[in-house]
Design a protein around this ligand. Structure first.
Ligand SMILES: Cc1cc2nc3c(=O)[nH]c(=O)nc-3n(C[C@H](O)[C@H](O)[C@H](O)COP(=O)(O)OP(=O)(O)OC[C@H]3O[C@@H](n4cnc5c(N)ncnc54)[C@H](O)[C@@H]3O)c2cc1C
Ligand code: SF4
Length: 325
């Protein structure tokens, strides 16, 4: 690993000063992604700013919104009583990620910012536009089984690997950030970006901005399920995942929320499919119709063509389990 300077900040102001002073500096929280990337020379910051002493671990309700501090551990959030009761999608998605040991280290802010698992991104002997802009995309014509079927570009076909992000998008969460120019709130839907011709940028966060919290508005979803399809039943990233939330009025759907993981460079919200479900009966026919709408514009790259079938089947299955029909 390349040598680096380590600074432990005790307050937000000091953390922002320390990150701003060094152009390559990175915040470190649980370290479960960043340290792997540094050991493999994929990321080589000259300075790490440890934020673990900042008071950003609390999970609390404010004006009926759930406020989750950026340093709350993935395991703590997943097991928190309000999250389990009122936002089961988030609890299920977090528990579907990584392993118990990793969830005990990983933080909400770090999960939001984790990098793709494209194998070429981690292999510094191969071209990769995300790691080295302009060098090419090895996955386009290479091994692309885990890769995107929506929103990809000729420059990058990688996916966002997070489970948590899929649930947060479905729940209309917001990301609160603080930077040298002040504070701002970013809708979860807009936080991650599509690759376009700048795949090196995963999110719209500025380099010197600190994520301080995630908030979730009150949820009226009565029936929820997070379905994760993966190669092993634990400790594996999603091939395809679906966060499905329904508000049912008897057997009719009043409101639906749907998002997919493992299919795009960002958590993929299925707005049109959601609209198609509103007012319909909770039935296999309605779910199949929604899945058909959701798949419009999908494109495979060879090894990942199986996702074109797996994704709609997963949408139907997630809705079926959520609605208990
Ligand atoms: C073997 C393995 C399996 C895994 N499986 C899954 C899985 O199935 N599903 C899944 O969703 N995830 C999985 N993960 C990923 C795991 O969830 C992430 O590594 C973790 O969430 C990152 O959190 P962290 O706090 O450790 O982040 P760190 O590694 O500390 O940081 C990651 C990035 O976030 C930035 N960062 C951290 N906190 C902030 C902040 N507050 N503001 C701004 N930037 C910040 C850092 O600068 C860094 O760039 C797996 C990881 C491993 C190693
Ligand atoms: S898909 Fe993206 S991350 Fe993977 S090799 Fe291509 S540019 Fe790199």
């Amino acid at each position: 690993m390349k040598q680096f300077q380590y600074i432990r900040s005790v307050n937000q102001k000091a953390a922002l000063t320390a990150i701003t002073q060094e152009p390559t500096a990175k915040f470190i929280a649980g370290g479960t992604n960043l340290l792997d990337l540094m050991k493999r020379h994929v990321m080589t910051p000259e300075r790490l700013v440890d934020i673990n002493k900042l008071p950003l671990r609390e999970i609390k309700e404010e004006n009926k919104r759930l406020n989750i501090g950026a340093l709350a551990l993935n395991s703590t959030v997943a097991e928190q009583s309000t999250v389990m009761k009122r936002f089961p999608l988030l609890s299920q998605a977090l528990n579907a990620g990584a392993s118990a040991q990793l969830r005990n280290m990983a933080t909400v802010g770090g999960n939001l910012m984790q990098r793709t698992r494209c194998p070429y991104f981690y292999d510094t002997t191969t071209p990769c536009n995300k790691r080295e802009p302009g060098s090419g995309c090895s996955a386009l014509k290479g091994f692309n089984r885990m890769h995107a079927i929506f929103g990809a570009s000729e420059h990058c076909i990688a996916v966002n690997p997070s489970d948590m992000n899929v649930a947060l998008v479905a729940l209309d969460a917001s990301v609160h950030v603080s930077g040298p120019k002040g504070d701002r709130i970013i809708q979860m839907q807009d936080f991650h970006r599509l690759p376009g011709d700048q795949p090196e940028k995963d999110t719209i966060l500025d380099k010197n901005e600190l994520i301080t919290a995630v908030t979730i508005p009150p949820s009226t979803l009565t029936h929820n399920h997070y379905l994760k399809v993966r190669d092993r039943s634990s400790y594996a990233f999603a091939l395809v995942s679906v966060a499905a939330g329904l508000e049912l009025d008897g057997k009719n759907i009043r409101q639906a929320r749907l998002a997919m993981g493992g299919v795009a460079h960002k958590p993929w919200r299925l707005k049109e499919a959601e609209q198609s479900l509103a007012g319909k009966p909770a039935s296999i026919e309605s779910f199949q119709q929604a899945a058909e709408i959701a798949m419009r514009g999908a494109k495979g790259y060879g090894d990942n063509d199986f996702k074109l079938k797996l994704a709609p089947n997963s949408i139907v299955e997630a809705l079926k389990i959520a609605s208990r029909i």
